[in-house]
Design a protein. Sequence first.
Length: 299
Amino acid sequence: MSRRFTTLAAAAAAVALVTGLAGCASADGGETGSAGAADDVVKIGVVGKGDPQWAAFEKAAKAEGIDVEIIDFGSYEQPNPALAAGELDLNQFQHIVYLAQYNAANDGDLQPIGATAIYPLGLYSTKHDDVKDIPEGGTVVVPDDASNQARALLVLQSAGLIELKSGGTIVSDIADIDTGKSKVEVTALEAAVIPTSLPDVDAAIINNDFVQDAGLTFEDAIAQDDPTDPNALPYVNIFAARADDVDNETYQQLVEIFQTDEAVQKGLLEASGGTGVPLTTPAADLQESLKKVLEDTAG
């Protein structure tokens, strides 16, 4: 999820919002149910404003007569509550699973309105060059937010490091690990702090947002999932809006700009080290996927 990787657990619960965000109006000047600012700037929350696609996106939107302000957040837990509270118009940092689990945990109704890309989730190590070198009983760290943790565990299972009792689902967690049949011990940490822990463990699943923070490149991954798998739709990264705004023409235009502007797409690929797979999945398909994930989660 994420800036890209793009939860049902407490990590998805509403947290204190970043202070200082002004209320906003819709791009056409109408009220959005926010604190009620009078400007026409579309405020978009992200995690990683410094990624090159955002400067290109602001410029491309401006060329089409749309003023965009990118609001940076320090962690994944913050942009959804800010959007729900009307302090943002849109956000773009998460995949469908993360959004579904936020909605479930907070009785929310945020909706995807457009796809950006899907990114492989990688396993990294500064001690071992190959998964086979990780010793029996070694320690592997995964993110503690539920959506990324489930996906991380599936990566570890595919790599032969663990076995999940359920076979693995979008709601798997550490409790699902069959320790008697698993090679390694798994522990969970907040995604943002995992890079600093990497020297102390055998390997770690690191969200794309934080790979470079660990002094690594995306090519350093010793295992990863396949982002082109059709079953990976729930992990497509999205623009999210409040339910009342899914048909907002300005927001839909912004999605199209993101998906089609050459400089934006170049920046997206640069930010992901070329690992991202840009997508133009229709909003209706994304919303149907969200509905299915919510049903699976409830079950």
